[in-house]
Design a protein around this ligand. Structure first.
Ligand code: PLP
Length: 558
Protein backbone atom coordinates (compact mmCIF):
# COMPACT_ATOMS: atom_id res chain seq x y z
CA UNK A 1 0.00 0.00 0.00
CA UNK A 2 1.26 3.47 -0.83
CA UNK A 3 1.98 5.97 1.90
CA UNK A 4 -0.86 8.07 0.53
CA UNK A 5 -3.35 5.22 0.78
CA UNK A 6 -2.24 4.39 4.32
CA UNK A 7 -2.65 8.02 5.36
CA UNK A 8 -6.13 8.16 3.83
CA UNK A 9 -7.15 4.97 5.59
CA UNK A 10 -5.83 6.29 8.92
CA UNK A 11 -7.75 9.50 8.37
CA UNK A 12 -10.97 7.61 7.66
CA UNK A 13 -10.34 5.48 10.72
CA UNK A 14 -9.83 8.52 12.95
CA UNK A 15 -12.88 10.21 11.44
CA UNK A 16 -14.97 7.09 12.04
CA UNK A 17 -13.80 6.85 15.65
CA UNK A 18 -14.56 10.55 16.23
CA UNK A 19 -18.01 10.10 14.71
CA UNK A 20 -18.71 7.04 16.87
CA UNK A 21 -17.61 8.96 19.98
CA UNK A 22 -19.79 11.93 19.05
CA UNK A 23 -22.75 9.67 18.39
CA UNK A 24 -22.27 7.89 21.69
CA UNK A 25 -22.06 11.27 23.44
CA UNK A 26 -25.19 12.42 21.67
CA UNK A 27 -27.00 9.23 22.65
CA UNK A 28 -25.99 9.73 26.29
CA UNK A 29 -27.10 13.34 26.16
CA UNK A 30 -30.44 12.30 24.65
CA UNK A 31 -30.96 9.63 27.34
CA UNK A 32 -30.29 12.27 30.01
CA UNK A 33 -32.76 14.69 28.43
CA UNK A 34 -35.38 11.96 28.36
CA UNK A 35 -34.85 11.21 32.04
CA UNK A 36 -35.40 14.83 33.03
CA UNK A 37 -38.75 16.13 34.15
CA UNK A 38 -40.34 18.50 31.65
CA UNK A 39 -40.90 21.20 34.29
CA UNK A 40 -38.44 23.97 35.16
CA UNK A 41 -37.63 22.12 38.38
CA UNK A 42 -36.23 19.37 36.16
CA UNK A 43 -33.92 21.81 34.34
CA UNK A 44 -31.77 23.48 36.96
CA UNK A 45 -29.64 25.58 34.63
CA UNK A 46 -32.59 26.97 32.71
CA UNK A 47 -34.47 27.64 35.94
CA UNK A 48 -31.52 29.68 37.26
CA UNK A 49 -31.34 31.69 34.08
CA UNK A 50 -35.07 32.38 34.06
CA UNK A 51 -35.04 33.30 37.76
CA UNK A 52 -32.37 35.89 37.04
CA UNK A 53 -34.54 37.26 34.25
CA UNK A 54 -37.78 37.71 36.28
CA UNK A 55 -38.24 41.45 36.89
CA UNK A 56 -39.59 42.87 40.10
CA UNK A 57 -42.99 44.50 39.91
CA UNK A 58 -45.92 44.60 42.24
CA UNK A 59 -49.55 45.59 42.34
CA UNK A 60 -50.69 48.90 43.70
CA UNK A 61 -53.59 49.00 46.14
CA UNK A 62 -56.21 49.03 43.39
CA UNK A 63 -54.75 46.23 41.28
CA UNK A 64 -54.08 44.18 44.43
CA UNK A 65 -57.79 43.45 44.78
CA UNK A 66 -58.59 42.86 41.11
CA UNK A 67 -55.50 41.33 39.52
CA UNK A 68 -57.90 38.75 38.04
CA UNK A 69 -60.12 41.53 36.62
CA UNK A 70 -62.87 40.87 39.13
CA UNK A 71 -65.92 43.16 38.87
CA UNK A 72 -66.32 46.16 41.19
CA UNK A 73 -68.75 44.50 43.62
CA UNK A 74 -66.29 41.63 44.22
CA UNK A 75 -63.37 44.02 44.59
CA UNK A 76 -65.38 45.92 47.22
CA UNK A 77 -66.06 42.70 49.14
CA UNK A 78 -62.41 41.72 49.03
CA UNK A 79 -61.37 45.16 50.22
CA UNK A 80 -63.83 45.13 53.12
CA UNK A 81 -62.72 41.61 54.09
CA UNK A 82 -59.06 42.60 53.91
CA UNK A 83 -59.67 45.70 56.05
CA UNK A 84 -61.43 43.57 58.65
CA UNK A 85 -58.66 40.97 58.64
CA UNK A 86 -55.99 43.66 58.87
CA UNK A 87 -57.74 45.37 61.81
CA UNK A 88 -58.10 42.05 63.64
CA UNK A 89 -54.50 41.10 62.93
CA UNK A 90 -53.06 44.41 64.07
CA UNK A 91 -55.14 44.45 67.27
CA UNK A 92 -55.00 40.82 68.31
CA UNK A 93 -51.29 40.33 67.54
CA UNK A 94 -50.20 43.91 68.37
CA UNK A 95 -47.33 43.17 70.77
CA UNK A 96 -46.01 40.24 68.71
CA UNK A 97 -46.04 42.41 65.58
CA UNK A 98 -44.30 45.27 67.40
CA UNK A 99 -41.49 43.04 68.67
CA UNK A 100 -41.10 41.39 65.25
CA UNK A 101 -40.82 44.75 63.48
CA UNK A 102 -38.22 45.89 66.02
CA UNK A 103 -36.03 42.82 65.46
CA UNK A 104 -36.55 42.22 61.75
CA UNK A 105 -33.79 44.57 60.62
CA UNK A 106 -31.18 42.40 62.29
CA UNK A 107 -32.52 38.94 61.42
CA UNK A 108 -31.70 38.03 57.82
CA UNK A 109 -33.75 34.84 57.90
CA UNK A 110 -36.84 36.70 59.05
CA UNK A 111 -36.48 39.24 56.25
CA UNK A 112 -36.27 36.41 53.74
CA UNK A 113 -39.20 34.36 55.01
CA UNK A 114 -41.30 37.48 55.42
CA UNK A 115 -40.73 38.51 51.82
CA UNK A 116 -41.72 35.08 50.49
CA UNK A 117 -44.95 34.26 52.31
CA UNK A 118 -47.02 35.20 49.28
CA UNK A 119 -46.28 35.74 45.55
CA UNK A 120 -43.98 38.73 45.19
CA UNK A 121 -46.51 40.78 43.22
CA UNK A 122 -48.71 40.96 46.34
CA UNK A 123 -46.02 40.81 49.00
CA UNK A 124 -45.35 44.49 49.73
CA UNK A 125 -48.99 45.40 50.27
CA UNK A 126 -49.61 42.31 52.39
CA UNK A 127 -46.61 43.15 54.57
CA UNK A 128 -47.82 46.65 55.25
CA UNK A 129 -51.36 45.57 56.15
CA UNK A 130 -50.76 42.10 57.62
CA UNK A 131 -47.33 42.46 59.16
CA UNK A 132 -45.39 39.46 60.29
CA UNK A 133 -45.76 38.21 63.88
CA UNK A 134 -42.85 35.82 64.28
CA UNK A 135 -42.37 35.48 68.03
CA UNK A 136 -43.87 32.96 70.45
CA UNK A 137 -43.61 32.74 74.21
CA UNK A 138 -44.65 29.14 74.99
CA UNK A 139 -45.94 25.79 73.83
CA UNK A 140 -48.29 23.38 75.55
CA UNK A 141 -49.82 20.16 74.22
CA UNK A 142 -50.56 20.79 70.55
CA UNK A 143 -50.72 24.56 70.95
CA UNK A 144 -48.31 27.51 70.89
CA UNK A 145 -48.87 30.95 72.45
CA UNK A 146 -47.71 34.27 71.03
CA UNK A 147 -46.51 37.36 72.92
CA UNK A 148 -50.08 38.70 73.13
CA UNK A 149 -51.27 35.52 74.85
CA UNK A 150 -53.11 34.12 71.80
CA UNK A 151 -53.12 30.32 71.68
CA UNK A 152 -52.88 28.65 68.28
CA UNK A 153 -53.15 25.03 67.25
CA UNK A 154 -49.72 24.31 65.87
CA UNK A 155 -49.72 23.06 62.28
CA UNK A 156 -46.13 24.09 61.62
CA UNK A 157 -44.68 20.98 63.26
CA UNK A 158 -41.42 22.90 63.76
CA UNK A 159 -40.22 21.95 60.25
CA UNK A 160 -41.16 18.35 60.97
CA UNK A 161 -39.18 18.02 64.21
CA UNK A 162 -42.31 17.81 66.33
CA UNK A 163 -43.48 14.21 66.05
CA UNK A 164 -44.31 13.32 69.66
CA UNK A 165 -45.62 16.70 70.90
CA UNK A 166 -43.69 19.63 72.39
CA UNK A 167 -44.09 18.49 75.99
CA UNK A 168 -42.18 15.32 75.19
CA UNK A 169 -39.20 17.27 73.78
CA UNK A 170 -39.17 19.64 76.76
CA UNK A 171 -38.89 16.65 79.04
CA UNK A 172 -36.28 14.99 76.84
CA UNK A 173 -34.10 18.11 76.99
CA UNK A 174 -34.51 18.40 80.74
CA UNK A 175 -33.82 14.73 81.45
CA UNK A 176 -31.01 14.61 78.93
CA UNK A 177 -29.29 17.59 80.54
CA UNK A 178 -29.47 15.85 83.92
CA UNK A 179 -28.09 12.64 82.46
CA UNK A 180 -24.91 14.26 81.11
CA UNK A 181 -24.54 17.10 83.62
CA UNK A 182 -21.47 15.58 85.29
CA UNK A 183 -19.55 15.49 82.00
CA UNK A 184 -20.91 18.77 80.68
CA UNK A 185 -20.06 20.04 77.18
CA UNK A 186 -16.81 18.06 76.83
CA UNK A 187 -16.19 17.28 73.16
CA UNK A 188 -13.91 14.79 71.40
CA UNK A 189 -14.39 11.95 73.88
CA UNK A 190 -17.77 10.29 74.21
CA UNK A 191 -20.34 10.14 76.97
CA UNK A 192 -21.38 6.48 77.47
CA UNK A 193 -24.87 7.34 76.23
CA UNK A 194 -23.41 7.42 72.70
CA UNK A 195 -22.86 3.66 72.77
CA UNK A 196 -26.50 2.98 73.58
CA UNK A 197 -27.65 5.36 70.83
CA UNK A 198 -25.50 3.52 68.31
CA UNK A 199 -26.91 0.19 69.40
CA UNK A 200 -30.50 1.42 69.08
CA UNK A 201 -29.90 3.14 65.74
CA UNK A 202 -28.32 0.01 64.30
CA UNK A 203 -31.38 -1.97 65.36
CA UNK A 204 -33.80 0.58 63.91
CA UNK A 205 -32.00 1.12 60.62
CA UNK A 206 -30.88 -2.49 60.15
CA UNK A 207 -27.48 -1.08 59.18
CA UNK A 208 -23.99 -1.63 60.59
CA UNK A 209 -22.55 1.74 61.54
CA UNK A 210 -23.55 5.23 62.58
CA UNK A 211 -22.02 8.70 62.28
CA UNK A 212 -23.25 11.81 64.07
CA UNK A 213 -23.45 15.28 62.56
CA UNK A 214 -25.04 18.59 63.42
CA UNK A 215 -27.78 18.97 60.85
CA UNK A 216 -29.63 17.05 58.20
CA UNK A 217 -27.72 18.97 55.54
CA UNK A 218 -24.41 17.72 56.91
CA UNK A 219 -25.65 14.14 57.18
CA UNK A 220 -26.59 14.23 53.48
CA UNK A 221 -23.19 15.76 52.59
CA UNK A 222 -21.45 12.94 54.37
CA UNK A 223 -23.60 10.19 52.84
CA UNK A 224 -22.91 11.49 49.33
CA UNK A 225 -19.19 11.95 50.06
CA UNK A 226 -18.93 8.35 51.26
CA UNK A 227 -20.75 7.08 48.17
CA UNK A 228 -18.34 8.98 45.90
CA UNK A 229 -15.32 7.77 47.86
CA UNK A 230 -16.24 4.10 47.72
CA UNK A 231 -17.57 3.94 44.16
CA UNK A 232 -14.89 6.30 42.81
CA UNK A 233 -17.65 7.86 40.71
CA UNK A 234 -18.46 11.54 40.53
CA UNK A 235 -22.19 12.10 40.14
CA UNK A 236 -25.13 12.05 42.48
CA UNK A 237 -28.69 11.59 41.32
CA UNK A 238 -31.52 13.43 43.01
CA UNK A 239 -35.11 13.49 41.89
CA UNK A 240 -36.92 16.51 40.58
CA UNK A 241 -38.35 18.72 43.33
CA UNK A 242 -36.76 16.84 46.22
CA UNK A 243 -35.24 18.82 49.08
CA UNK A 244 -32.13 17.40 50.71
CA UNK A 245 -30.89 20.44 52.63
CA UNK A 246 -29.14 23.47 51.26
CA UNK A 247 -25.70 22.09 50.39
CA UNK A 248 -24.85 23.12 46.80
CA UNK A 249 -24.57 19.66 45.20
CA UNK A 250 -28.08 18.62 46.26
CA UNK A 251 -29.62 22.00 45.58
CA UNK A 252 -28.95 22.83 41.96
CA UNK A 253 -30.96 25.59 40.35
CA UNK A 254 -32.66 28.56 41.93
CA UNK A 255 -31.21 29.50 45.31
CA UNK A 256 -27.68 28.27 44.56
CA UNK A 257 -25.40 30.88 42.99
CA UNK A 258 -23.23 28.16 41.41
CA UNK A 259 -24.21 25.42 38.97
CA UNK A 260 -23.97 21.91 40.43
CA UNK A 261 -21.94 20.17 37.74
CA UNK A 262 -21.87 16.75 39.35
CA UNK A 263 -25.58 16.40 39.96
CA UNK A 264 -28.20 14.78 37.76
CA UNK A 265 -31.77 15.80 38.51
CA UNK A 266 -34.00 13.05 37.14
CA UNK A 267 -37.71 12.39 36.89
CA UNK A 268 -39.03 10.33 39.78
CA UNK A 269 -41.19 7.26 39.09
CA UNK A 270 -39.96 7.07 35.53
CA UNK A 271 -38.70 4.25 33.32
CA UNK A 272 -36.40 6.70 31.52
CA UNK A 273 -34.61 7.45 34.78
CA UNK A 274 -34.13 3.74 35.51
CA UNK A 275 -32.80 3.29 32.00
CA UNK A 276 -30.31 6.11 32.53
CA UNK A 277 -29.15 4.58 35.82
CA UNK A 278 -28.58 1.32 33.96
CA UNK A 279 -26.42 2.90 31.29
CA UNK A 280 -24.25 5.59 32.87
CA UNK A 281 -20.99 4.76 34.58
CA UNK A 282 -20.42 7.96 36.52
CA UNK A 283 -23.26 7.65 39.06
CA UNK A 284 -22.13 7.16 42.64
CA UNK A 285 -25.46 7.37 44.42
CA UNK A 286 -29.16 7.99 44.19
CA UNK A 287 -30.80 10.16 46.84
CA UNK A 288 -34.45 9.58 47.66
CA UNK A 289 -36.53 11.83 49.87
CA UNK A 290 -39.61 9.69 50.55
CA UNK A 291 -41.64 12.80 51.36
CA UNK A 292 -41.81 13.27 47.57
CA UNK A 293 -44.26 10.36 47.51
CA UNK A 294 -46.93 12.99 48.27
CA UNK A 295 -46.01 15.09 45.22
CA UNK A 296 -43.47 13.31 42.98
CA UNK A 297 -41.36 15.67 40.87
CA UNK A 298 -42.88 18.79 42.44
CA UNK A 299 -40.86 21.13 44.65
CA UNK A 300 -41.88 21.57 48.29
CA UNK A 301 -45.20 23.37 48.04
CA UNK A 302 -45.06 26.94 49.24
CA UNK A 303 -47.64 29.74 49.11
CA UNK A 304 -44.99 32.04 47.62
CA UNK A 305 -45.52 30.19 44.33
CA UNK A 306 -49.30 29.95 44.64
CA UNK A 307 -50.30 32.16 41.71
CA UNK A 308 -52.95 29.75 40.45
CA UNK A 309 -54.57 26.50 41.62
CA UNK A 310 -52.32 24.06 39.78
CA UNK A 311 -50.82 22.68 43.00
CA UNK A 312 -51.42 18.96 42.94
CA UNK A 313 -50.69 16.23 45.47
CA UNK A 314 -51.72 12.64 45.88
CA UNK A 315 -50.05 9.83 47.78
CA UNK A 316 -50.22 6.35 46.29
CA UNK A 317 -48.36 4.02 48.64
CA UNK A 318 -48.46 0.97 46.37
CA UNK A 319 -47.12 2.90 43.36
CA UNK A 320 -44.33 4.54 45.36
CA UNK A 321 -43.35 1.24 46.98
CA UNK A 322 -43.14 -0.33 43.54
CA UNK A 323 -40.94 2.56 42.36
CA UNK A 324 -38.58 2.18 45.33
CA UNK A 325 -38.29 -1.57 44.73
CA UNK A 326 -37.38 -1.05 41.09
CA UNK A 327 -34.90 1.63 42.02
CA UNK A 328 -33.36 -0.74 44.57
CA UNK A 329 -32.99 -3.43 41.92
CA UNK A 330 -31.25 -1.09 39.44
CA UNK A 331 -28.90 0.21 42.13
CA UNK A 332 -27.99 -3.40 42.99
CA UNK A 333 -27.38 -4.19 39.34
CA UNK A 334 -25.14 -1.16 38.79
CA UNK A 335 -23.31 -0.90 42.11
CA UNK A 336 -24.97 2.48 42.80
CA UNK A 337 -25.37 3.46 46.45
CA UNK A 338 -29.03 3.94 47.35
CA UNK A 339 -29.47 6.65 49.98
CA UNK A 340 -32.76 7.23 51.74
CA UNK A 341 -32.85 10.75 53.05
CA UNK A 342 -35.17 10.29 56.00
CA UNK A 343 -34.30 13.56 57.69
CA UNK A 344 -37.94 14.57 57.38
CA UNK A 345 -39.95 11.34 57.34
CA UNK A 346 -37.81 9.11 59.57
CA UNK A 347 -39.80 8.27 62.74
CA UNK A 348 -42.88 10.06 61.40
CA UNK A 349 -44.30 7.32 59.18
CA UNK A 350 -43.24 4.33 61.27
CA UNK A 351 -40.89 3.63 64.22
CA UNK A 352 -38.45 2.08 61.74
CA UNK A 353 -38.71 5.01 59.33
CA UNK A 354 -39.33 4.93 55.58
CA UNK A 355 -37.38 1.68 55.13
CA UNK A 356 -39.85 0.04 57.47
CA UNK A 357 -42.89 1.87 56.04
CA UNK A 358 -42.20 1.02 52.39
CA UNK A 359 -40.45 -2.28 53.06
CA UNK A 360 -37.39 -1.34 50.99
CA UNK A 361 -33.83 -1.26 52.39
CA UNK A 362 -31.26 1.43 51.56
CA UNK A 363 -27.45 1.28 51.71
CA UNK A 364 -27.16 4.54 53.61
CA UNK A 365 -29.90 6.34 55.52
CA UNK A 366 -29.81 9.90 56.79
CA UNK A 367 -31.87 10.97 59.79
CA UNK A 368 -32.23 14.28 61.59
CA UNK A 369 -34.87 16.62 62.97
CA UNK A 370 -36.92 14.70 65.56
CA UNK A 371 -34.15 12.19 66.30
CA UNK A 372 -32.31 14.90 68.25
CA UNK A 373 -35.06 14.82 70.88
CA UNK A 374 -35.51 18.57 70.43
CA UNK A 375 -31.87 19.55 69.76
CA UNK A 376 -30.07 19.91 66.38
CA UNK A 377 -28.90 16.68 64.77
CA UNK A 378 -27.95 14.83 61.61
CA UNK A 379 -27.15 11.12 61.49
CA UNK A 380 -25.91 8.72 58.84
CA UNK A 381 -26.52 4.99 59.26
CA UNK A 382 -24.95 2.70 56.71
CA UNK A 383 -23.43 -0.56 55.59
CA UNK A 384 -20.04 -1.11 57.19
CA UNK A 385 -18.15 -1.19 53.88
CA UNK A 386 -19.66 2.16 52.84
CA UNK A 387 -19.17 3.91 56.19
CA UNK A 388 -15.43 3.22 56.32
CA UNK A 389 -13.38 6.41 55.93
CA UNK A 390 -9.99 4.96 55.02
CA UNK A 391 -8.51 2.15 52.96
CA UNK A 392 -6.37 -0.50 54.60
CA UNK A 393 -4.16 -0.80 51.52
CA UNK A 394 -3.85 2.97 50.79
CA UNK A 395 -3.21 4.79 54.06
CA UNK A 396 -3.22 8.27 52.52
CA UNK A 397 -6.49 7.80 50.64
CA UNK A 398 -9.06 8.88 53.22
CA UNK A 399 -12.57 10.29 53.25
CA UNK A 400 -12.62 13.14 55.74
CA UNK A 401 -15.60 14.02 57.91
CA UNK A 402 -15.30 16.11 61.06
CA UNK A 403 -17.40 18.59 63.01
CA UNK A 404 -16.68 20.25 66.34
CA UNK A 405 -20.07 19.52 67.85
CA UNK A 406 -20.53 15.96 66.53
CA UNK A 407 -21.63 13.67 69.37
CA UNK A 408 -22.26 16.61 71.70
CA UNK A 409 -23.15 15.04 75.09
CA UNK A 410 -26.34 17.06 75.52
CA UNK A 411 -27.60 16.18 72.04
CA UNK A 412 -26.65 12.54 72.52
CA UNK A 413 -28.60 12.47 75.77
CA UNK A 414 -31.76 14.02 74.31
CA UNK A 415 -31.46 11.62 71.37
CA UNK A 416 -31.25 8.82 73.87
CA UNK A 417 -34.49 10.01 75.49
CA UNK A 418 -36.10 9.98 72.05
CA UNK A 419 -34.83 6.53 71.10
CA UNK A 420 -35.82 5.02 74.42
CA UNK A 421 -39.28 6.56 74.26
CA UNK A 422 -39.67 4.99 70.84
CA UNK A 423 -39.34 1.56 72.45
CA UNK A 424 -41.93 2.14 75.18
CA UNK A 425 -45.57 1.02 74.87
CA UNK A 426 -46.57 4.72 74.99
CA UNK A 427 -44.19 5.56 72.13
CA UNK A 428 -45.32 2.56 70.07
CA UNK A 429 -48.98 3.42 70.71
CA UNK A 430 -48.57 6.70 68.83
CA UNK A 431 -47.94 4.73 65.64
CA UNK A 432 -50.89 2.38 66.01
CA UNK A 433 -53.21 2.73 62.99
CA UNK A 434 -51.34 5.90 62.11
CA UNK A 435 -52.24 6.04 58.43
CA UNK A 436 -55.84 5.02 59.04
CA UNK A 437 -56.22 7.78 61.66
CA UNK A 438 -54.71 10.55 59.51
CA UNK A 439 -56.34 9.41 56.27
CA UNK A 440 -59.68 9.33 58.05
CA UNK A 441 -59.13 12.83 59.46
CA UNK A 442 -58.22 14.15 56.00
CA UNK A 443 -61.29 12.47 54.51
CA UNK A 444 -63.59 13.98 57.15
CA UNK A 445 -62.22 17.46 56.58
CA UNK A 446 -62.52 17.09 52.80
CA UNK A 447 -66.13 15.91 53.18
CA UNK A 448 -66.95 19.04 55.16
CA UNK A 449 -65.22 21.34 52.67
CA UNK A 450 -67.05 19.68 49.80
CA UNK A 451 -70.40 19.84 51.60
CA UNK A 452 -70.02 23.62 51.85
CA UNK A 453 -68.81 23.91 48.25
CA UNK A 454 -65.53 25.44 49.38
CA UNK A 455 -62.85 25.19 46.66
CA UNK A 456 -60.24 23.64 48.95
CA UNK A 457 -59.12 20.05 49.58
CA UNK A 458 -56.27 18.55 51.58
CA UNK A 459 -53.93 15.76 50.46
CA UNK A 460 -51.79 13.87 52.93
CA UNK A 461 -48.93 11.50 53.46
CA UNK A 462 -49.90 10.32 56.92
CA UNK A 463 -49.51 13.35 59.24
CA UNK A 464 -47.92 15.60 56.57
CA UNK A 465 -50.58 17.53 54.69
CA UNK A 466 -50.78 19.99 51.87
CA UNK A 467 -53.69 22.17 50.83
CA UNK A 468 -54.86 22.05 47.21
CA UNK A 469 -57.34 24.35 45.52
CA UNK A 470 -60.07 23.03 43.29
CA UNK A 471 -60.93 26.02 41.10
CA UNK A 472 -58.63 28.45 39.32
CA UNK A 473 -57.77 31.46 41.47
CA UNK A 474 -54.96 33.96 41.95
CA UNK A 475 -55.72 34.49 45.62
CA UNK A 476 -55.40 31.08 47.32
CA UNK A 477 -52.43 32.34 49.36
CA UNK A 478 -54.84 34.57 51.32
CA UNK A 479 -56.11 31.47 53.12
CA UNK A 480 -53.04 31.44 55.39
CA UNK A 481 -54.18 34.75 56.94
CA UNK A 482 -57.77 33.55 57.46
CA UNK A 483 -56.38 30.41 59.12
CA UNK A 484 -54.24 32.51 61.42
CA UNK A 485 -57.23 34.64 62.35
CA UNK A 486 -58.97 31.37 63.34
CA UNK A 487 -56.07 30.45 65.63
CA UNK A 488 -54.13 28.04 63.42
CA UNK A 489 -50.34 28.52 63.29
CA UNK A 490 -48.60 27.67 60.01
CA UNK A 491 -44.95 27.83 58.99
CA UNK A 492 -43.74 30.42 56.49
CA UNK A 493 -44.63 28.21 53.52
CA UNK A 494 -48.25 28.73 54.51
CA UNK A 495 -50.81 26.22 53.30
CA UNK A 496 -48.17 24.37 51.29
CA UNK A 497 -47.32 22.18 54.24
CA UNK A 498 -49.24 21.44 57.40
CA UNK A 499 -47.40 19.15 59.80
CA UNK A 500 -49.27 17.53 62.68
CA UNK A 501 -47.65 16.00 65.72
CA UNK A 502 -48.83 12.47 66.42
CA UNK A 503 -50.28 13.40 69.82
CA UNK A 504 -53.25 15.26 68.30
CA UNK A 505 -56.41 13.75 69.80
CA UNK A 506 -59.61 13.44 67.81
CA UNK A 507 -61.12 16.33 69.78
CA UNK A 508 -58.12 18.55 69.06
CA UNK A 509 -58.17 17.61 65.43
CA UNK A 510 -61.91 18.35 65.23
CA UNK A 511 -61.23 21.82 66.67
CA UNK A 512 -58.64 22.36 63.92
CA UNK A 513 -61.11 21.15 61.29
CA UNK A 514 -63.83 23.51 62.60
CA UNK A 515 -61.43 26.43 62.36
CA UNK A 516 -60.17 25.39 58.95
CA UNK A 517 -63.70 25.26 57.54
CA UNK A 518 -64.59 28.59 59.21
CA UNK A 519 -61.49 30.22 57.68
CA UNK A 520 -62.29 28.91 54.19
CA UNK A 521 -65.92 30.01 54.58
CA UNK A 522 -64.85 33.54 55.58
CA UNK A 523 -62.47 33.72 52.64
CA UNK A 524 -65.24 32.55 50.31
CA UNK A 525 -67.66 35.16 51.71
CA UNK A 526 -65.07 37.89 51.22
CA UNK A 527 -65.02 37.16 47.49
CA UNK A 528 -61.44 35.97 47.04
CA UNK A 529 -62.55 32.86 45.19
CA UNK A 530 -64.71 34.68 42.69
CA UNK A 531 -63.73 33.31 39.34
CA UNK A 532 -64.45 34.34 35.81
CA UNK A 533 -65.72 31.12 34.16
CA UNK A 534 -63.22 31.64 31.33
CA UNK A 535 -60.32 31.67 33.79
CA UNK A 536 -58.14 28.55 33.90
CA UNK A 537 -54.88 27.80 35.65
CA UNK A 538 -53.19 28.06 32.27
CA UNK A 539 -54.77 31.43 31.48
CA UNK A 540 -53.58 32.77 34.86
CA UNK A 541 -50.08 31.52 34.15
CA UNK A 542 -50.13 33.14 30.73
CA UNK A 543 -51.39 36.44 32.15
CA UNK A 544 -48.62 36.49 34.77
CA UNK A 545 -46.02 35.69 32.13
CA UNK A 546 -47.31 38.55 30.00
CA UNK A 547 -47.01 40.91 32.96
CA UNK A 548 -43.43 39.79 33.50
CA UNK A 549 -42.48 40.26 29.87
CA UNK A 550 -44.08 43.70 29.82
CA UNK A 551 -42.22 44.74 32.97
CA UNK A 552 -38.98 43.35 31.62
CA UNK A 553 -39.27 45.09 28.27
CA UNK A 554 -40.81 48.36 29.38
CA UNK A 555 -39.92 48.83 33.05
CA UNK A 556 -40.67 52.55 33.05
CA UNK A 557 -44.03 52.39 31.31
CA UNK A 558 -45.59 49.57 33.36
C1 PLP B 1 -35.29 15.44 53.50
C2 PLP B 1 -34.43 16.48 54.12
N1 PLP B 1 -33.09 16.36 54.04
C3 PLP B 1 -32.27 17.26 54.60
C4 PLP B 1 -32.77 18.36 55.26
C5 PLP B 1 -31.83 19.36 55.88
O1 PLP B 1 -31.87 19.24 57.25
P1 PLP B 1 -31.38 20.47 58.15
O2 PLP B 1 -32.37 21.56 57.98
O3 PLP B 1 -31.33 19.91 59.55
O4 PLP B 1 -30.02 20.85 57.65
C6 PLP B 1 -34.15 18.53 55.37
C7 PLP B 1 -34.70 19.71 56.04
O5 PLP B 1 -35.85 20.05 55.93
C8 PLP B 1 -35.01 17.58 54.78
O6 PLP B 1 -36.34 17.70 54.83
Amino acid sequence: MTTWATATLALYGAGGAALATSLAKLRRRFALSQAKHASLAGHARLARRLAAWVPFYDYDETRFFCSDDAPAYITARRRAGFDRLSALHNTRFAETIRRTAEAADGISDLQFTDAYRVPFQYSRYVRTRLPSAAFLQSSDGVTVTDLDGNRFYDLSGSYGVNVFGYDFYKQAIERGATQVHALGPVLGSYHPVVAENVKLLKEISGLDEVSFHMSGTEAVMQAVRLARYHTRRSHLVRFCGAYHGWWGDVQPGVGNPLPAHETYTLREMSEDSLRLLRTRRDIACVLVNPLQALHPNEPAPSDAALLNSARHAHFDKAAYTDWLRRLRAVCNERGIVLIFDEVFVGFRLAPGGAQDYFGVRADLVTYGKTLGGGLPIGVVCGRGDLMKRFRDDRPADICLARGTFNSHPYVMATMNEFLRHLQTPQGQALYRDLDRVWNERARRLNDRLRAEALPVAVANLSSVWTVCYTQPSRYNWMLQYYLRAEGLALSWVGTGRLIFSLNYTDAEFDAVADRFVAAARAMQNDGWWWSNPAQTNKSIKRAVLKEMIAHRLFPART
